[in-house]
Design a protein. Structure first.
Length: 212
C-alpha cells in the first residue's frame, strides 16, 4: 500500500485549530458554516461543519482522537486515502445528522470513521478502552454500541450519536474494501500491529463522547 506520509492528520488538526480561532474572533463565522436546516440550499455546510467546534473542550477531545488514531491509520493507508476517508465520512455523517438534528458541527463522525477503518485493518492492535486493554476491533464495537445507546437517551443528548454511527459504518466499509483489495499482497501483513494507547487519555476521550 501507499507509504509516503504527508502528515495530513496534522494539517487537518491545524485547520481545525485555525477555524476555531476564527470562530472566536468573527461572531458570525460559526453561523455561516455550521450545519442547519437550510443546508440543502447551502450544501458547502456539509463539509465546512466538519471543521467547526462548539467549544475548546470539544476541539481538544476531537484533536486528541484525530491525532492519536489518525496518524496510525495514515501510516497504514497513505495520506491521500486517509484524506478522502476523512472528508467523505465527515460529509456522510453530516448528511445523516441533517435529518435528525436541528444543527450539527464537529469532526466526530470523520474520527469515528478512522476508528472503524482501523478496526478492520488492524483488528488486533491493542488499545486501552474503558479501563481495559483490548483489541482495536473490540474497542470499536464498544464505542459504536455506546453511540447506539446514546440514540435512545443514554448519554448527553447534545452529542450527535447518529453522526458517530454513520461515520464508523463508512470506516468499516472502507476498511473491508481495502482489506479485500490487498488481501493477496504481502503489504496486507502490515495491517497487523500491536500498539498500547495511554489508558487515562483514552478514558477521558470516552467520557467526553459517550458518557456525558
Amino acid at each position: 500500500m501507499e507509504k509516503k506520509i504527508k502528515f495530513v492528520t496534522l494539517w487537518l488538526s491545524l485547520i481545525c485549530v485555525v477555524v476555531f480561532v476564527i470562530q472566536n474572533i468573527v461572531p458570525v463565522f460559526t453561523e455561516t458554516f455550521y450545519l442547519t436546516s437550510s443546508s440543502l440550499s447551502e450544501p458547502w455546510r456539509f463539509l465546512t461543519a466538519v471543521f467547526l467546534h462548539g467549544g475548546l473542550v470539544h476541539l481538544v477531545y476531537n484533536l486528541f482522537a484525530l491525532i492519536l488514531f489518525g496518524l496510525i491509520l495514515e501510516s497504514v493507508i497513505g495520506s491521500r486515502k486517509f484524506l478522502w476517508l476523512f472528508l467523505i465520512s465527515g460529509i456522510i455523517a453530516n448528511l445523516a445528522s441533517f435529518y435528525f438534528y436541528p444543527s450539527s458541527l464537529g469532526a466526530s463522525g470523520a474520527i469515528m470513521a478512522v476508528l472503524g477503518c482501523l478496526a478492520i485493518l488492524r483488528p488486533t492492535m491493542a488499545v486501552w478502552a474503558f479501563g481495559l486493554p483490548m483489541p482495536m476491533f473490540i474497542a470499536a464495537i464498544v464505542w459504536a454500541a455506546g453511540s447506539f445507546l446514546g440514540i435512545f437517551g443514554f448519554g448527553d443528548q447534545n452529542v450527535g450519536y447518529i453522526a458517530h454511527l454513520a461515520g464508523i459504518i463508512v470506516g468499516l466499509i472502507y476498511g473491508f474494501y481495502l482489506r479485500f483489495r490487498y488481501r493477496n499482497k504481502s503489504s496486507s501483513a502490515s495491517f497487523e500491529q500491536k500498539i498500547i494507547m495511554d489508558e487515562s487519555s483514552i478514558r477521558q476521550w470516552e467520557d467526553y463522547h459517550l458518557k456525558r
